[in-house]
Design a protein around this ligand. Structure first.
Ligand code: FPP
Length: 256
Protein backbone atom coordinates (compact mmCIF):
# COMPACT_ATOMS: atom_id res chain seq x y z
CA UNK A 1 0.00 0.00 0.00
CA UNK A 2 1.12 3.56 -0.76
CA UNK A 3 2.94 4.78 2.39
CA UNK A 4 0.94 8.02 2.45
CA UNK A 5 -2.36 6.13 2.40
CA UNK A 6 -1.03 4.06 5.30
CA UNK A 7 0.08 7.15 7.21
CA UNK A 8 -3.36 8.76 6.87
CA UNK A 9 -5.28 5.49 7.31
CA UNK A 10 -6.90 5.72 3.88
CA UNK A 11 -8.00 2.83 1.69
CA UNK A 12 -6.37 3.63 -1.69
CA UNK A 13 -8.99 1.62 -3.60
CA UNK A 14 -11.75 3.92 -2.33
CA UNK A 15 -10.11 7.31 -2.81
CA UNK A 16 -11.73 9.79 -5.20
CA UNK A 17 -10.15 10.09 -8.64
CA UNK A 18 -11.01 13.77 -9.07
CA UNK A 19 -11.39 16.20 -6.16
CA UNK A 20 -12.72 19.74 -6.55
CA UNK A 21 -12.19 22.34 -3.84
CA UNK A 22 -13.91 25.69 -3.28
CA UNK A 23 -11.24 27.40 -1.16
CA UNK A 24 -13.46 29.68 0.90
CA UNK A 25 -12.91 31.69 4.06
CA UNK A 26 -9.61 33.48 3.43
CA UNK A 27 -11.13 36.89 4.10
CA UNK A 28 -12.85 35.87 7.34
CA UNK A 29 -9.69 34.08 8.51
CA UNK A 30 -7.73 37.34 8.06
CA UNK A 31 -10.46 39.57 9.55
CA UNK A 32 -10.66 37.47 12.68
CA UNK A 33 -6.93 38.06 13.18
CA UNK A 34 -7.18 41.82 12.41
CA UNK A 35 -5.11 41.26 9.28
CA UNK A 36 -5.73 42.62 5.77
CA UNK A 37 -7.76 40.20 3.60
CA UNK A 38 -4.78 39.58 1.34
CA UNK A 39 -2.97 37.89 4.24
CA UNK A 40 -5.73 35.26 4.23
CA UNK A 41 -5.16 34.67 0.51
CA UNK A 42 -1.39 34.44 1.14
CA UNK A 43 -1.89 31.80 3.79
CA UNK A 44 -4.30 30.14 1.33
CA UNK A 45 -1.47 29.72 -1.18
CA UNK A 46 0.48 27.71 1.44
CA UNK A 47 -2.52 25.37 1.74
CA UNK A 48 -2.68 25.09 -2.05
CA UNK A 49 0.90 23.76 -1.94
CA UNK A 50 0.22 21.39 0.94
CA UNK A 51 -3.02 19.92 -0.46
CA UNK A 52 -1.58 19.63 -3.98
CA UNK A 53 1.44 17.72 -2.68
CA UNK A 54 -0.70 15.47 -0.52
CA UNK A 55 -3.08 14.71 -3.42
CA UNK A 56 -0.18 13.68 -5.63
CA UNK A 57 1.36 11.54 -2.89
CA UNK A 58 -1.94 9.74 -2.27
CA UNK A 59 -2.31 8.94 -5.97
CA UNK A 60 -5.37 11.15 -6.53
CA UNK A 61 -5.44 11.76 -10.30
CA UNK A 62 -6.98 15.23 -10.56
CA UNK A 63 -7.40 18.23 -8.25
CA UNK A 64 -9.43 21.26 -9.32
CA UNK A 65 -9.11 24.41 -7.21
CA UNK A 66 -11.44 27.42 -7.42
CA UNK A 67 -9.02 30.34 -7.12
CA UNK A 68 -10.89 33.23 -8.76
CA UNK A 69 -14.46 33.31 -10.02
CA UNK A 70 -16.16 35.34 -12.75
CA UNK A 71 -17.86 37.24 -9.94
CA UNK A 72 -14.58 37.96 -8.07
CA UNK A 73 -13.75 40.62 -10.70
CA UNK A 74 -16.30 42.81 -8.88
CA UNK A 75 -14.25 42.83 -5.63
CA UNK A 76 -12.38 46.01 -4.65
CA UNK A 77 -9.60 46.81 -7.14
CA UNK A 78 -6.96 46.43 -4.41
CA UNK A 79 -8.03 42.86 -3.62
CA UNK A 80 -8.28 41.87 -7.31
CA UNK A 81 -4.79 43.30 -7.90
CA UNK A 82 -3.43 41.53 -4.82
CA UNK A 83 -4.88 38.19 -5.95
CA UNK A 84 -3.42 38.61 -9.45
CA UNK A 85 -0.02 39.34 -7.90
CA UNK A 86 -0.28 36.22 -5.74
CA UNK A 87 -1.31 34.06 -8.72
CA UNK A 88 1.48 35.45 -10.87
CA UNK A 89 4.06 34.76 -8.18
CA UNK A 90 2.65 31.26 -7.43
CA UNK A 91 2.90 30.25 -11.09
CA UNK A 92 6.48 31.53 -11.25
CA UNK A 93 7.85 30.39 -7.89
CA UNK A 94 6.19 26.97 -7.85
CA UNK A 95 7.20 26.02 -11.39
CA UNK A 96 10.17 23.84 -10.36
CA UNK A 97 8.34 22.28 -7.44
CA UNK A 98 5.39 21.31 -9.67
CA UNK A 99 7.71 19.85 -12.28
CA UNK A 100 9.71 17.83 -9.74
CA UNK A 101 6.44 16.50 -8.30
CA UNK A 102 5.33 15.40 -11.81
CA UNK A 103 2.28 17.72 -11.70
CA UNK A 104 0.52 18.61 -14.97
CA UNK A 105 -0.89 22.15 -14.59
CA UNK A 106 -3.91 23.52 -16.41
CA UNK A 107 -5.87 26.72 -16.05
CA UNK A 108 -9.63 26.53 -16.53
CA UNK A 109 -11.73 29.64 -17.06
CA UNK A 110 -11.83 32.65 -19.36
CA UNK A 111 -8.14 33.45 -19.77
CA UNK A 112 -8.85 36.42 -22.07
CA UNK A 113 -9.94 38.48 -19.03
CA UNK A 114 -6.64 37.96 -17.17
CA UNK A 115 -3.81 40.53 -17.35
CA UNK A 116 -1.62 39.67 -20.36
CA UNK A 117 1.45 38.91 -18.22
CA UNK A 118 -0.58 36.45 -16.09
CA UNK A 119 -1.85 34.80 -19.30
CA UNK A 120 1.76 34.43 -20.45
CA UNK A 121 3.07 32.78 -17.25
CA UNK A 122 0.06 30.47 -17.17
CA UNK A 123 0.54 29.36 -20.80
CA UNK A 124 4.25 28.80 -20.16
CA UNK A 125 3.57 26.64 -17.11
CA UNK A 126 0.93 24.63 -19.00
CA UNK A 127 3.42 24.07 -21.82
CA UNK A 128 6.28 23.08 -19.47
CA UNK A 129 4.16 20.58 -17.52
CA UNK A 130 1.91 19.21 -20.28
CA UNK A 131 3.95 16.00 -20.61
CA UNK A 132 3.94 15.21 -16.87
CA UNK A 133 2.06 12.12 -15.80
CA UNK A 134 1.30 12.66 -12.11
CA UNK A 135 -1.47 14.73 -10.55
CA UNK A 136 -3.49 16.89 -12.93
CA UNK A 137 -3.82 20.24 -11.17
CA UNK A 138 -6.55 22.49 -12.56
CA UNK A 139 -6.65 26.02 -11.28
CA UNK A 140 -9.93 27.80 -11.99
CA UNK A 141 -9.22 31.46 -12.71
CA UNK A 142 -11.77 33.92 -14.00
CA UNK A 143 -13.97 30.85 -13.95
CA UNK A 144 -17.71 30.29 -13.82
CA UNK A 145 -19.51 27.04 -14.55
CA UNK A 146 -22.23 28.76 -16.54
CA UNK A 147 -19.82 30.74 -18.70
CA UNK A 148 -17.76 27.57 -19.29
CA UNK A 149 -20.93 25.84 -20.53
CA UNK A 150 -21.79 28.86 -22.72
CA UNK A 151 -18.30 28.75 -24.28
CA UNK A 152 -18.71 25.01 -24.85
CA UNK A 153 -22.08 25.57 -26.56
CA UNK A 154 -20.49 28.20 -28.80
CA UNK A 155 -17.83 25.66 -29.86
CA UNK A 156 -20.51 23.07 -30.67
CA UNK A 157 -22.58 25.66 -32.57
CA UNK A 158 -19.50 26.50 -34.65
CA UNK A 159 -19.07 22.81 -35.50
CA UNK A 160 -22.73 22.59 -36.51
CA UNK A 161 -22.38 25.76 -38.61
CA UNK A 162 -19.49 24.31 -40.64
CA UNK A 163 -21.25 20.96 -41.06
CA UNK A 164 -18.90 19.02 -38.77
CA UNK A 165 -21.67 18.01 -36.35
CA UNK A 166 -25.37 17.17 -36.72
CA UNK A 167 -27.54 18.77 -33.97
CA UNK A 168 -29.54 15.58 -33.44
CA UNK A 169 -26.33 13.61 -32.84
CA UNK A 170 -24.91 15.87 -30.12
CA UNK A 171 -24.21 13.72 -27.06
CA UNK A 172 -22.82 14.18 -23.54
CA UNK A 173 -19.31 13.31 -24.75
CA UNK A 174 -19.44 16.18 -27.27
CA UNK A 175 -20.32 18.61 -24.47
CA UNK A 176 -17.55 17.20 -22.23
CA UNK A 177 -15.01 17.55 -25.02
CA UNK A 178 -15.92 21.21 -25.44
CA UNK A 179 -15.51 22.06 -21.73
CA UNK A 180 -12.28 23.43 -20.22
CA UNK A 181 -11.91 20.15 -18.33
CA UNK A 182 -11.71 18.07 -21.53
CA UNK A 183 -9.97 14.76 -20.86
CA UNK A 184 -10.63 14.77 -17.12
CA UNK A 185 -13.05 12.44 -15.35
CA UNK A 186 -16.10 13.86 -13.54
CA UNK A 187 -15.60 15.22 -10.03
CA UNK A 188 -16.02 12.52 -7.35
CA UNK A 189 -15.72 14.73 -4.30
CA UNK A 190 -16.46 18.44 -3.99
CA UNK A 191 -15.12 20.10 -0.85
CA UNK A 192 -16.05 23.60 0.29
CA UNK A 193 -14.37 25.12 3.30
CA UNK A 194 -15.60 27.79 5.69
CA UNK A 195 -19.11 26.65 6.39
CA UNK A 196 -21.09 27.75 3.34
CA UNK A 197 -23.27 25.05 1.77
CA UNK A 198 -23.41 26.06 -1.88
CA UNK A 199 -21.53 25.31 -5.10
CA UNK A 200 -21.21 28.92 -6.32
CA UNK A 201 -21.02 28.20 -10.04
CA UNK A 202 -18.07 25.76 -9.78
CA UNK A 203 -17.79 22.88 -12.28
CA UNK A 204 -21.57 22.69 -12.73
CA UNK A 205 -21.53 19.96 -15.38
CA UNK A 206 -18.69 17.99 -13.80
CA UNK A 207 -20.20 17.69 -10.28
CA UNK A 208 -23.41 15.97 -11.45
CA UNK A 209 -22.70 12.88 -9.30
CA UNK A 210 -20.12 14.31 -6.90
CA UNK A 211 -20.23 13.68 -3.19
CA UNK A 212 -20.35 16.95 -1.25
CA UNK A 213 -18.27 17.82 1.79
CA UNK A 214 -19.05 21.17 3.40
CA UNK A 215 -16.43 21.84 6.06
CA UNK A 216 -16.54 24.49 8.75
CA UNK A 217 -12.79 25.14 8.81
CA UNK A 218 -11.53 28.14 6.79
CA UNK A 219 -9.26 27.41 3.81
CA UNK A 220 -6.11 28.86 5.49
CA UNK A 221 -6.59 26.27 8.26
CA UNK A 222 -7.41 23.37 5.93
CA UNK A 223 -4.24 21.32 6.41
CA UNK A 224 -3.27 17.73 5.51
CA UNK A 225 -4.96 16.31 8.60
CA UNK A 226 -8.25 18.05 7.67
CA UNK A 227 -8.00 16.78 4.10
CA UNK A 228 -7.31 13.23 5.33
CA UNK A 229 -10.35 13.44 7.60
CA UNK A 230 -12.59 14.52 4.69
CA UNK A 231 -11.15 11.78 2.45
CA UNK A 232 -11.65 9.15 5.16
CA UNK A 233 -15.27 10.19 5.49
CA UNK A 234 -15.69 10.03 1.69
CA UNK A 235 -14.29 6.47 1.57
CA UNK A 236 -17.04 5.37 3.95
CA UNK A 237 -19.85 6.60 1.67
CA UNK A 238 -21.73 4.41 -0.76
CA UNK A 239 -22.12 6.02 -4.19
CA UNK A 240 -25.20 4.65 -5.91
CA UNK A 241 -25.60 6.68 -9.13
CA UNK A 242 -29.37 6.20 -8.99
CA UNK A 243 -29.13 2.42 -8.46
CA UNK A 244 -30.08 0.45 -5.36
CA UNK A 245 -27.64 -0.51 -2.66
CA UNK A 246 -28.09 -4.21 -3.60
CA UNK A 247 -27.22 -3.50 -7.23
CA UNK A 248 -24.09 -1.64 -6.20
CA UNK A 249 -23.03 -4.47 -3.85
CA UNK A 250 -23.51 -7.05 -6.62
CA UNK A 251 -21.22 -5.01 -8.84
CA UNK A 252 -23.97 -4.07 -11.36
CA UNK A 253 -23.18 -0.43 -11.87
CA UNK A 254 -24.52 -0.35 -15.41
CA UNK A 255 -22.64 1.75 -17.91
CA UNK A 256 -21.82 4.65 -15.60
C1 FPP B 1 -12.42 32.77 -1.14
O1 FPP B 1 -12.26 33.33 0.13
C2 FPP B 1 -11.11 32.69 -1.79
C3 FPP B 1 -10.76 33.38 -2.91
C4 FPP B 1 -11.68 34.30 -3.62
C5 FPP B 1 -9.40 33.30 -3.45
C6 FPP B 1 -8.74 31.97 -3.35
C7 FPP B 1 -7.33 32.14 -3.68
C8 FPP B 1 -6.28 31.54 -3.08
C9 FPP B 1 -6.42 30.50 -2.07
C10 FPP B 1 -4.90 31.92 -3.41
C11 FPP B 1 -4.46 31.78 -4.81
C12 FPP B 1 -4.61 30.42 -5.38
C13 FPP B 1 -3.65 29.74 -6.06
C14 FPP B 1 -4.03 28.53 -6.81
C15 FPP B 1 -2.26 30.11 -6.06
P1 FPP B 1 -12.99 34.70 0.47
O2 FPP B 1 -12.00 35.80 0.27
O3 FPP B 1 -14.23 34.85 -0.33
O4 FPP B 1 -13.28 34.49 1.98
P2 FPP B 1 -14.46 35.13 2.84
O5 FPP B 1 -15.74 34.50 2.35
O6 FPP B 1 -14.10 34.75 4.22
O7 FPP B 1 -14.42 36.62 2.60
Amino acid sequence: MNEFCKKWELDPTKLPIHVGIIMDGNGRWANSRHLPRIMGHKKGVERVREITEMSGSLGIKALSLYAFSDENWKRPEEEVGGLMTLLRSYVQTDRERLISNNVCFRMIGDRTRLPVDVQTVVVNLERDTSHLTGLKLNVALSYGGRSEIVRAMQKLAQRVAVGDLKPELICAADVENALDTVGLPSVDLLVRTSGECRVSNFLLWQIAYAEMAFESVAWPDFDSAEFARVLREYTSRERRYGLTSAQIKSGKRGSF
